[in-house]
Design a binder for this molecule. Structure first.
Ligand code: FPP
Length: 252
């Protein structure tokens, strides 16, 4: 894989402690705190989201440089439609701008972009940009970047149940065929392993309808910084802490 994200010359102490043989394969991030970040600075909430896009750029590069294989970012939930129209429109625009300005660079760096969520319910321009970005990057071999947009964990499970019911109705499957693996195959994340590590900045400690099925054995990492202030070092801290956990998956 082409690696634009060259090793830093002056790696910090923490970076040196990260065990490259025990990295979380998949990190998922709830990018929270943009609104509070903006409020503290007397800025409109949308400026917080804009600042959050800068953090996305930094974090993706750092994750790829460290050797993470999958990153999932929670960018717009099925509940976020309840926000003021102005904020919803700004988030849609930010996604379009992000894809327009970033997709070539991502493609050059071998990144595969995927979107989790109901994209056909988005404004047409958003849907078109997403589809083009997915198409352009689909054969790449590097970091898999999942953007959860118009995504809700419960909706995803309901959608899977409906699809499975259709398969049953069409006599393609029997009741006994329904197991964890089959359900997995009807989720938006069917091509990604379950997240090993879920990161939520901004001090909140809840899942907010994110990857409900997939988080069964994920490790959680919280921090008090708002997403626009989240740094490469915070990502390293999360990975380092993760490596010091004892994952038992229900065993002993
Ligand atoms: C949560 O913070 C953040 C969001 C709902 C949106 C996250 C979106 C971006 C970072 C940018 C758009 C995405 C892409 C991929 C270009 P909040 O608004 O709930 O913050 P608060 O809890 O402080 O109010």
């Amino acid at each position: 894989m082409i690696n634009l994200f060259k090793p830093k010359k002056n790696g910090n102490d923490l970076e040196l402690k990260i065990d490259k043989d025990n990295l979380p394969e998949h990190i998922a991030i709830i990018m929270d705190g943009n609104g509070r970040w903006a409020k503290k600075r007397n800025l409109p909430r949308t400026m917080g989201h804009k600042a959050g896009v800068e953090t996305i750029r930094k974090v993706i590069k750092e994750a790829d440089r460290i050797g993470i294989k999958y990153i999932t970012l929670y960018a717009f939930s099925t509940e976020n439609w309840r926000r003021p129209e102005e904020e919803v429109t700004a988030l849609m625009k930010l996604l379009v701008q992000y894809l327009k300005s970033e997709v070539k660079e991502l493609h050059k760096n071998d990144v595969v972009l995927r979107v989790l969520g109901e994209i056909d319910k988005l404004p047409k321009e958003c849907e078109r940009e997403i589809k083009e970005a997915i198409e352009l990057t689909k054969n790449n071999k590097g970091l898999i970047l999942n953007i959860a947009f118009n995504y809700g964990g419960r909706d995803e499970i309901v959608r899977a149940i409906r699809l499975i019911a259709e398969e049953y109705k069409d006599n393609n499957i029997n009741i006994e065929d329904i197991n964890n693996e089959l359900v997995n195959n009807y989720l938006y994340t069917k091509d990604s392993p379950d997240p090993d590590l879920i990161i939520r900045p901004s001090g909140e400690q809840r899942l907010s309808n994110f990857l409900l099925w997939q988080c069964a054995y994920s490790e959680f990492w919280y921090s008090n910084v708002c997403w626009p202030d989240f740094t490469e070092l915070d990502l390293q801290k999360a990975i380092y802490d993760y490596q010091n956990r004892d994952r038992r998956f229900g065993g002993v």
